[in-house]
Design a protein around this ligand. Sequence first.
Ligand SMILES: NC(=O)c1ccc[n+]([C@@H]2O[C@H](COP(=O)([O-])OP(=O)(O)OC[C@H]3O[C@@H](n4cnc5c(N)ncnc54)[C@H](O)[C@@H]3O)[C@@H](O)[C@H]2O)c1
Length: 451
Amino acid sequence: MSSIARNGVTAVEEFKNKVQARTARVGIIGLGYVGLPLALLFNEERFPVTGFDIDTTKVATLNAGDSYLYRIPPTEVQLARQRHFSATTDFARLRDMDAIIICVPTPLDEYHQPDLTYITSTAESIAPYLRHEQLIVLESTTYPGTTEEVLLPILENGSRAGLKAVRQGQSGDFYLAFSPEREDPGNQTVARRDIPKVVGGLDPDASDLAANLYGSIFNRVVPVSNPAAAEMAKLLENIYRCVNIALVNELKILCLRMGINIWEVIEAASTKPFGFQAFYPGPGLGGHCIPIDPYYLSWKAKEFDFHTRFIELAGEVNLQMPYHVVDSVGKALNERQKAVKESKVLVLGLAYKKDIDDLRESPSLTIIELLQKQGAHVSYNDPYFPFVARGRKYNLQMKCSNLDDLDQYDCVLIVTDHSDYDYRRIVGEAQLIVDTRNATKGIESSKIVRC
Ligand SMILES: NC(=O)c1ccc[n+]([C@@H]2O[C@H](COP(=O)([O-])OP(=O)(O)OC[C@H]3O[C@@H](n4cnc5c(N)ncnc54)[C@H](O)[C@@H]3O)[C@@H](O)[C@H]2O)c1
């Protein structure tokens, strides 16, 4: 086990005492959609929190008491600043931390394979500053094995003092765990602290410490036996969503052909009090999780000569959805004696889901590109994005259009059903509405095409 700390108090006890006294210093690496709210949650609970990021603009913004995330108002950051929250790009300050939590991106590379470079470079930044009795937790979504096979060796090999992680039944110097993030952007129904936190440590002490730390800000902690189980639990959650969304997307296309309203069907099926959970069709998957995470497992599975067929099939169906939407626009225009070429299309909503300011992997971007390739003149409106510049895949360079003169467009295409839109007015003023989200539910008009 780990060394005995001063005055006969074990390292584990000392860590827990610090957590209880709120003197445990918490460092959060990666101050994005996941890391910043987490840092603020620890700060709210009176922990001394330091945020680390390589993005100098984000660090300067936070230290100036401002925010770059829509759902976090500047006042929240200012309050945190008063409680001594600060952000830094100086990774040497990691050595002062008792717990370090990693929340950096885990995207796919251009070949649709896991891109772990953010995790590996973060590990390289931590390693020189590792010290005895620190707890390191990875929160980034990733394939089972990452914590032990990727993070652990970089930390140990890069540690200047030759520190070793505490392993099952062996002594060591620092603790390592994985604890997945379960953020659901835009969901106001569950308070962050009410979302149970899964933790899996490299050894029982690491699990215990991580559970203790998170237990001080979350109402329920769910320990599992090792990091891989925690990594897999997160992937199961997201694969479950991905597969079920694919199922309803496929059934939607069948229902359209059969003249059945899929939304009505889902609503009816949802009345079953057991054994059914509603998932909804849409224009395609978006966000940093559902379109990406399942492929982390597919990639890892190959190492075990295993083919994850559900994931591949779901991916195939979901990836086709933007193409289905563009085909539907083409058909709707055709019925009105118009071609896609030279038509004016207004895309309503760019975010990958309603009421959020996140554009990553949004199907709207693919849809815009496909429409432009067919010669349409595409504009967009989204209250969350005044301008769209270069993204990971697309370089649209477009400015948000206002919602005046809707009848100038040959088609208004609802891609994201933001709550702020007045759909009745939009239907009243537009020539044609193609609705991918059932946003016009309850409005009867021959101008509406649901797809
Ligand atoms: N966004 C979500 O809703 C969500 C939900 C659950 C899980 N996750 C997972 O959480 C992780 C983080 O996602 P996110 O949405 O917060 O990403 P993000 O892009 O919003 O934020 C990541 C932050 O990490 C910083 N960063 C990158 N490399 C760094 C480095 N080497 N050192 C320090 N900082 C670095 C970036 O500058 C950025 O501020 C991902 O693995 C994601 O899959 C995200």
